[in-house]
Design a binder for this molecule. Structure first.
Ligand code: ADP
Ligand code: MG
Length: 371
């Protein structure tokens, strides 16, 4: 195929499930574009679904005009082929970059992350949740600026493609609420962004397996391998940002993409606390609960015994009150009114209202391996 409607095809850019993406020239404007053409040889119902997705992509992206989002120029049909004309970017995808050169340098990860969160914050503000953020859908222009592409399963508030879209593609980048088919919002994209950044840092996918069911299980219940171990030169604050994105529940993640961007801007001064197990949704291990229970029980028992013995002594006239009250207790002497030490409960600051609990170290977090 050398021409398609008014467009002259000059090369292939990629093949997706729905059809082909070509590089093409619009001779009327003398401009290079990306032409996404639906494969109509697909079975009828699939072709109809993909045509709806292409229209969805056109509608979602047409609402958006942002330097980090691919611009849609046109949506149409030519000889029975629905097509989409997009701004062309020549720097390849993040997937290609990771495949050819492996993990990115730290400064590039930070740059990528800032642009990704800027584009997402903008899309979310305009009511568009992307729902398919992954390295193959993150493109670069010639100067290395990030452009979010492929809004084919994006969700508009009015979309009726939600159900179909939830099952499209591999679940590797999907948030727990997405693999469960639950209602989702922009925080599902933040999770997917966390998966992308984890891959950009470590070169491996955080939730990977041979079978879809095993991937879904990992997304729902397992913590990924420690970034610190896999990428020892990654600054702790950056690891915290990524781990916070990967929290299992939306409430544990950044409240919105702009908060994630702000944390990146602040860098080492960001107020994201050192992410403990809770931030990546790790369950407290059984031995942790048991140990905690034993400690609490032993402390209460010791305090009660001590109080009783002090009360006995107080009954005799000798001891003054001040020496009876231990420093950790208030003047009423009640054990139940002892406030927890500050390190135990760290009340959330600006980005959300979820208290974060420090947890015992997970058995999965080992000392860094010798490489
Ligand atoms: N605007 C574009 N400019 C350059 N290459 C593009 C563009 N859009 C898509 N591509 C290439 O085509 C591939 C598939 O495009 P995408 O929109 O993700 O289609 P699909 O819905 O089939 O996944 C991308 O990974 C990228 O390599
Ligand atoms: Mg794609």
């Amino acid at each position: 195929m050398k021409s398609f409607g008014p467009y002259r095809i000059t090369g292939e850019l990629g093949r997706g499930a729905m059809g082909m993406v070509y590089r093409a020239v619009d001779p009327r404007l003398d401009r290079t574009v990306a032409l996404k053409v639906l494969d109509v040889t697909l079975p009828k119902d699939q072709a109809a679904e993909y045509a709806a997705r292409l229209r969805q992509e056109a509608k979602s992206a047409a609402r958006l005009s942002h330097p980090n989002v691919i611009t849609v120029f046109e949506f149409g049909e030519n000889e029975g082929h629905p097509y989409l004309v997009l701004e062309y970017v020549g720097g390849g995808s993040l997937q290609q970059r990771l495949d050819s050169k492996g993990p990115l340098p730290i400064d590039k990860v930070i740059r990528l992350a800032k642009q990704l969160f800027m584009g997402l914050a903008y899309a979310h503000k305009h009511g568009v949740v992307h729902r398919d953020i992954k390295p193959a859908n993150l493109l670069f222009d010639e100067r290395g600026y990030l452009k979010i592409a492929d809004f084919g399963v994006a969700q508009l508030p009015t979309s009726d493609l939600t159900r179909t879209g939830a099952l499209v593609g591999s679940p590797r980048h999907m948030a727990p609420e997405q693999v469960q088919g639950r209602k989702l919002d922009g925080r599902a994209d933040i999770f997917a962004a966390g998966v992308v950044l984890y891959e950009a840092l470590t070169g491996i996918a955080p939730f990977d397996a041979d079978h879809v069911a095993a991937i879904v299980y990992k997304i729902l219940f397992e913590s990924p391998k420690s970034i610190k171990e896999l990428r020892p030169d990654a600054p702790p604050w950056l690891i915290n940002v990524v781990e916070r994105c990967l929290a299992k529940t939306p409430e544990q993640r950044f409240a919105d993409a702009d908060k994630a961007r702000q944390a990146l801007e602040q860098g080492p001064h960001s107020s994201v606390p050192v992410a403990k197990a809770a931030a990546v949704g790790q369950a407290i291990p059984l031995w942790g609960w048991l140990l905690g229970f034993i400690l609490v029980a032993a402390t209460s028992w010791a305090l009660t015994a001590w109080l009783l013995s002090e009360a006995d002594k107080a009954a005799s006239p000798a001891a003054p009150v001040s020496s009876v009250v231990p420093p950790a207790m208030d003047s009423r002497g009640g054990t139940g009114s002892v406030s927890p030490p500050r390190e135990v409960i760290d009340t959330a600051t600006s980005y959300d209202s979820v208290p974060r609990y420090r947890q015992p170290p997970s058995p999965q977090r080992r000392e860094p391996r010798d490489k």
